[in-house]
Design a protein around this ligand. Structure first.
Ligand code: NAD
Ligand code: UPG
Length: 441
């Protein structure tokens, strides 16, 4: 199939590379020429394990990147994978996505004018699929932008939604081995087209991927329910973990046992400094705002956010018990919102660094891949080239991201003055000579 992917960020680049790998001819569009140049050069503008290998294999062959929308009319499917960030009040900002939808519609008109056709040709229908995470009311807004751009050509265009569940750090593997596929369509034709598109991917997984065929609004609600559930699950683990800490009980021992209950499951029960990233915070905020707009107060989701927002400060309060860090060098180990990515959007490192700065500490940060992205937010703190260099001469260390390499740190703590380690992710072993506090254990 001919596929166009509009937006080449974490989701769009993964989608484009994996669809090319599945045998489709893919054009990746982005307004950022550097992103386009990187893809055509066979590597990604972001850090995502496995992605560069796919780009190196398919760029210039089944995968091309461009800043132009020219490939849209010839595509069997055009995906919109544009960011949907938060407005100040937490509601979804659809500005970039509706702009891209309108440009996609306009590209279809131009092709219609180009070939002189004036009536709807049922064999020449265009399926435009929203990959971005959008609220149910947002579906109508994107449809309006797309059809508005398409004008008279709109009768040949159909909108569908196909939310994405991949995680950063494991994006390629998640996309290639999905737990489920969700097709939100308005016709059998659109459903069949999506089935045909995903067929090689499903076949590669022995064909046992559940497919949910539903309407566009239900499909996007499934995505929010998914993220809201997972974020709340972690917040519940954090709430219970904070209680455990008060009683001197190890929350990990407790939750490991709780997770053995089939009805609960073992995943996403790791308590600590909380959930960050480009998805959970903004998506939980967006669905809370949409619920409120519709006249419903989402009390449980409000509480999940409140617990999450409190965790970085709880970490700093534990530090206060052991050290006055004013004027002291303090290491922050891990800047990315999770291991395996260079993404720092809503990383828990941000409130932790701000809290340290408010205490007058001299912050030195270390992350294997997220330093440059953090520098944009905190240009004036020191950045170390290794965890050991960050710890050298520091009077305290705060572990914010569970990178594997931190678990291997041992002698490096000897270079600290009077070593205090506050572990927000349970990666460091307690050891002799180390004043160690786990956030919930
Ligand atoms: N990041 C994730 O792990 C993840 C997972 C599932 C779903 N999602 C959802 O997918 C969507 C995209 O997320 P992301 O993290 O990939 O975003 P991103 O910010 O990494 O990428 C968006 C890209 O779109 C480009 N862009 C903006 N306007 C454009 C336009 N008019 N035409 C062409 N390109 C344009 C930007 O330059 C950028 O490269 C969001 O709705 C997000 O919630 C993200
Ligand atoms: O037990 C856990 C698991 C995760 N986290 C934190 O939760 C955040 C999110 O982690 P994760 O879900 O692994 O990464 P994301 O890439 O944000 O993926 C989430 O958000 C994506 C965007 O919507 C969805 O597609 C994914 O299904 C969903 O897991 C990170 O800060 C993690 O440190 C915990 O604190 N405890």
């Amino acid at each position: 199939m001919q596929v166009t992917v509009v937006g080449s960020g974490y989701v769009g680049t993964t989608l484009a590379a994996c669809l090319a790998d599945a045998g489709h001819d893919v054009t990746a569009i982005d307004i950022d020429p550097d992103v386009v140049a990187a893809i055509n050069d066979g590597h990604a503008a972001i850090h995502e394990p496995g992605l560069d290998d796919l780009l190196a294999e398919h760029a210039g062959d089944r995968l091309h990147a461009t800043t132009e929308y020219e490939s849209v009319p010839d595509a069997d499917v055009t995906f919109l994978a544009i960011g949907t960030p938060s407005n100040e009040d937490g509601s979804i900002d659809l500005g970039a996505l509706t702009a891209a939808a309108e440009m996609t519609g306009e590209a279809l008109v131009e092709s219609r004018e180009g070939d002189g056709s004036s009536t709807a040709d049922p064999d020449d229908r265009h399926l435009v699929v929203v990959k971005s995470t959008i609220t149910p009311p947002g579906v109508g807004e994107v449809r309006e932008a797309l059809f508005g751009g398409a004008g008279d050509a709109a009768d040949n265009v159909e909108l569908a939604t196909n939310p994405e569940f991949l995680r950063e750090g494991t994006a390629v593997d998640d996309f290639q081995h999905p737990d489920k596929l969700v097709f939100g369509t308005e016709s059998e034709w659109a459903t069949e087209r999506l089935e045909a598109l995903y067929e090689p991917l499903v076949a590669a997984t022995d064909g046992d991927v559940p497919v949910i065929r539903t309407d566009p609004e239900t499909a996007v609600m499934i995505k929010y329910a998914n993220n809201a559930f997972l974020a709340s699950k972690i917040s519940l683990a954090n709430d219970l973990g904070n209680i455990c800490k008060r009683f001197g009980i190890d929350a990990y021992e407790v939750m490991d046992a709780v997770g053995l209950d089939d009805r609960i499951g073992a995943k996403f029960l790791r308590s600590g400094v909380g959930w960050g990233g480009s998805c959970f915070p903004k998506d939980v905020d967006a669905i809370r705002a949409a619920a409120r707009e519709a006249g419903y107060e989402p009390a449980l989701l409000d509480a999940a956010v409140a617990v999450n927002d409190g965790q970085p400060e709880r970490m700093l309060e534990l530090l206060d018990v052991h050290a006055d860090v004013a004027g002291e060098r303090v290491a922050v180990l891990g800047l990315a919102f999770k291991p395996g990515t260079d993404d720092v959007r809503n990383s828990r490192a941000i409130p932790v660094i701000e809290g340290l700065q408010a205490r007058g500490a001299e912050v030195v940060g270390y992350d294997p891949v997220a330093t440059e992205n953090t520098r944009e937010r905190f240009p004036d703190i020191e950045y170390a080239d290794s965890a050991a260099a960050a710890l050298d001469g520091a009077s305290a260390a705060l572990v914010v991201t569970d990178w594997d390499e931190f678990a291997a740190l041992d002698d490096a703590f000897d270079a600290m003055g009077a070593p205090v380690v506050i572990d927000g992710r349970r990666v460091i072993e307690r050891r002799e000579g180390l004043t160690y506090e786990g956030l919930t254990w």
